[in-house]
Each structure stands twice: as structure tokens, then as C-alpha cells.
Design a protein around this ligand. Structure first.
Ligand SMILES: [Zn+2]
Length: 481
């Protein structure tokens, strides 16, 4: 009796010992980031995790203590580091500085920006950037394009000066707009962008076409309209909070009729001149006379409609305080090619040093508005407008995150604006923008915890794009000379 029970126990013991020896995990065609702290934009931090990347996906995530890795694996030590999803800059222009365009994808990647949303440029200029990114998913950031700014009869960015390069299409009538927008849709733009000089009739048709084609419509509130009408018609997102204040002013009606009259453009001004005249005449006046009931009505509508906001606070800060005049700002100019650096320095040297008091006031108002919108749960995306304002592609996204956190967003909420939120905006949230098994492996490895200080998003030790691991040395080699 004793003998018969002893033998099976021995067999089991031997089996257990054997399986202990073999109980190491090996992942073929994959690599492993061992013992890293992962920061998911929705779930927050999860410490000491081991993340397996296979092809372009996050294959598995384990608690480090629960597994043993076979030494045969390719292993990167993630100890004391932080893994976040790849970042988005949700407002960029490849076409603003055409010579810089070709350098921008590498600058984005080397700064952890693995996806961008191009918010305006001639369709034939921006399409190749999108095409290149689709053909080279592991070495170029993902590119979503609007094509040109869709503007009215007196278009602003008409190519008439270096400050107003050709970024828009002019639409002299509703039927011209219909034809031109259909061409953009046929060329497979990812979203559409309405601009400030559109007539209400043009805007309405544009919103209908966007909806019918399941495309997001972003933009500036046309000067001929108010925010509530535009967002109720289908404006899904707003850039720079542009013209928001005009709909919140006590003398909203007077400002509105003054604009409608001026927009007839009897003196035949250029679009840019007409627009800046109206901004100068009305913006600060409106901010000085905000009507709180009207503001509430506007913010409640934006909250109900979940109208995305891309406030570009760093851009405003830079212009207001002439930040580009400072040595610390210019210390990053080595990242851009010499030819553009010289051009920028010439432009910078020709502007005055004096801070722009009106712009400072406007910037403070914007930051405060972001805070109030955030409290109303209006959603945000981080965007910069680079290279406008001499903002360096990639680098400036981190500055925008700082601005958003200074405006009242927690560090995790700020991270969300550059990861989960843009993915959600494009309907990609089940595949991109989080650290979960099965998600796209667009990731950034940080040396310091961004939940302690949002500045730590800059402590990048590696970037992973569609599974492709790029270490710091490689990332440095991507930066332009
Ligand atoms: Zn822009």
C-alpha cells in the first residue's frame, strides 16, 4: 500500500521540478521591455510590468514578478522607466515652411511624436506626407490630413506674403465650394477644415458634406457666424479657441452686425487684411465685456456637442512674450536646417523685443477659458501649429503639454490630450492611444515619471513606432543639421 502511493508522488515531484526548469517564456519574432512602469491614459500607472512587442502590436503584458523570461528573448531593461503611448501633435502644418516639411517627420519621431494631424496645406503638398507615412509605418509618424483650409471669397492664406503662404482654397460661391470640397473628399482627406471667411451658406454645405462622408469638420468659427450655430451645424472641433470670445460678449449682437457689414468688403481688402482688421476691432473689446450668462450658454453647448478643443496655448504664449527672442528658445534651433535657421533669425531680429500686452491679456484669457472648459468636461487635444511661431516640430508638443497642465489639467489628463484623445477623435481608440494588449505598439519610453512633472515627457530614452524600437542614439541621428 505504502509503495503504491509513494511512486506517483515521486513522479509528480519530478514533473514539478522539470516544469520549473522550463517555466521560462520565450517569444518568437518579438522583443520584451522588462520591468517597466506603464502609464495608460485611462487606467493610470501600473508598476513593474513586462511588455512583449510582436510585429507592430503590444502582444502581451505581464506583471514582472509573475513570469520568468527565457534568456533567448531580446530584452530591453525597463527598470525605473516609464512607458507611455506615442504622442500626437494634433495641429501642425507641413506646408507652412515648405523647405522644413521634409525634415519634420524625423523631428516629430525623435521627440516621441508618433502621429500628427496636419490642419491645413495644399492637398498636393500634404498628400505625399500621408502616402510616405502609410508606406513606411515603422520609420515615419502617422499623418492625418485635412488638405487646404476651406475658405470663402476673400481667403486669408492666399500666398500673398511669407506670413500668409498658400494654405487655403478660395471659394467664391457655394457651388464652387461644393465642387472643390468633393475633390478633397475624392482624394481621401482624413477630415476637413473650415476657415474664417466662409459665408454661413458655404459653412452649412461644408458641414453637410463632412457629415455625409463621415469626416470630422474642424476649424475656426467663421466671422460671419456664431459659435453655437456653427457647432450645432456640425463643427466637431475648434482650433485656437478662435473667435470664441465674439459669441460671449455682452454686445454680441452689435459686434455681429458690425462684422456682417464689414465682411461685404466694400474696400476690396485682401482676406488677411480684412480678417486682422476685424480681430483688432473686436477681440479685446469682447474679452473685456464677457457676459457670464452668454458664456455659460456657449460652454454648455460645446459640452453637450462634445466639441473638441485644440487651444494651441504655447503658440499664444510664444507670440505674446516674444519667447522666440530668448536664448533658451533659440537654443533648440540647431535642430532645424541652417537655411531655415538663418531665415528665422532674420525674421526674429526684425521684430520688437517688447512683450505684446494685448496678446498677453488674450493668452491669460485663453488659459482661463481652457480651465473652465475642462471643468465642463469639454474634451481637449494637444496641438501646437508648428512651425508657425518658430515652434520646433516635436519639441513644441511637450511645451503645449506644460501649458495644458498649467491651465488646470492633471498630468494624466494632459497626457490624455496627446494620446487617447486624438485616437478617439479619429475613431481609432480601440487600437491606438493606450497601453493594452492588442493595441498598436506606438510607444515612448521615459526616464522620469510624467505623472510627477509633465516636463518629464521630454526625458525620452526610446521611441517605438509600429513596433520598431529606436534608441536615443538613433533618435539623435534623426535630428536635422
Ligand atoms: Zn494652424
Amino acid at each position: 500500500m505504502k509503495k503504491t502511493t509513494f511512486l506517483p508522488i515521486l513522479v509528480i515531484l519530478v514533473l514539478i521540478l522539470q516544469s520549473c526548469e522550463d517555466n521560462t517564456l520565450y517569444f518568437e519574432d518579438a522583443y520584451v521591455i522588462e520591468n517597466v512602469n506603464i502609464i495608460d491614459p485611462l487606467d493610470g500607472i501600473l508598476e513593474q510590468q513586462t511588455v512583449v512587442i510582436k510585429k507592430n502590436k503590444i502582444h502581451q503584458i505581464y506583471t514582472t514578478a509573475e513570469i520568468r523570461l527565457s534568456p533567448k528573448n531580446t530584452i530591453y531593461d525597463g527598470s525605473n522607466q516609464y512607458l507611455i503611448p506615442g504622442l500626437w501633435d494634433a495641429h501642425i502644418h507641413f506646408a507652412f515652411e515648405t523647405l522644413l516639411g521634409e525634415y519634420m517627420p524625423d523631428l516629430f519621431l525623435s521627440n516621441g511624436v508618433t502621429s500628427v494631424r496636419d490642419t491645413g496645406g495644399p492637398i498636393d503638398f500634404v498628400l505625399p506626407f500621408k502616402k510616405y507615412s502609410l508606406e513606411n509605418p515603422t520609420t515615419a509618424p502617422r499623418v492625418m490630413i485635412a488638405g487646404p483650409l476651406i475658405d470663402g471669397k476673400h481667403n486669408v492664406y492666399d500666398g500673398s506674403s511669407p506670413s500668409f503662404p498658400l494654405l487655403s482654397i478660395q471659394n467664391s460661391s457655394v457651388s464652387v465650394l461644393q465642387k472643390q470640397v468633393q475633390e478633397l473628399i475624392d482624394k481621401k482627406v482624413d477630415f476637413l477644415k473650415a476657415y474664417e471667411m466662409l459665408s454661413p451658406e458655404q459653412f452649412k454645405l461644408l458641414a453637410q458634406m463632412a457629415q455625409a462622408n463621415n469626416l470630422k469638420l474642424t476649424g475656426h468659427i467663421p466671422l460671419s457666424m456664431d459659435v453655437i450655430t456653427a457647432t450645432n451645424l456640425g463643427l466637431n472641433s475648434m482650433e485656437h479657441l478662435r473667435n470664441l470670445e465674439l459669441s460671449m460678449a455682452e454686445d454680441f449682437e452689435d459686434l455681429f452686425s458690425e462684422r456682417r457689414f464689414a465682411l461685404k468688403n466694400k474696400n476690396n481688402m485682401s482676406g488677411s487684411k480684412l480678417r486682422s482688421t476685424l480681430h483688432q476691432r473686436q477681440r479685446m473689446k469682447a474679452i473685456a465685456n464677457i457676459d457670464s450668462a452668454r458664456q455659460n450658454q456657449v460652454l454648455n453647448t460645446l459640452a453637450i456637442n462634445k466639441t473638441w478643443q485644440i487651444p494651441t496655448l504655447e503658440l499664444y504664449q510664444t507670440f505674446a512674450n516674444k519667447k522666440y527672442k530668448s536664448k533658451s528658445f533659440q537654443s533648440y534651433f540647431y535642430l532645424i536646417p541652417q537655411k531655415i535657421r538663418s531665415k528665422w533669425m532674420e525674421q526674429i531680429n526684425s521684430t520688437s523685443d517688447k512683450p505684446d500686452q494685448k496678446m498677453i491679456q488674450y493668452t491669460q484669457w485663453s488659459r482661463n477659458m481652457v480651465n473652465q472648459m475642462h471643468e465642463k468636461k469639454i474634451p481637449f487635444m494637444a496641438g501646437t501649429d508648428t512651425p508657425i511661431g518658430f515652434l520646433i516640430p516635436g519639441k513644441s508638443l511637450h511645451d503645449e503639454l506644460i501649458q495644458l497642465s498649467l491651465s488646470g489639467l492633471s498630468h494624466l489628463e494632459a497626457l490624455k490630450t496627446a494620446t487617447y484623445h486624438p485616437a478617439k477623435y479619429f475613431g481609432l481608440e480601440n487600437n491606438l492611444g493606450r497601453i493594452k494588449e492588442g493595441y498598436e505598439a506606438d510607444l515612448v519610453l521615459l526616464e522620469k515619471n510624467p505623472l510627477e512633472s509633465i516636463k518629464n515627457t521630454q526625458s525620452i530614452s526610446a521611441v517605438i513606432k509600429a513596433g520598431h524600437f529606436m534608441n536615443r542614439t538613433y533618435l539623435d541621428s534623426l535630428q536635422a543639421k
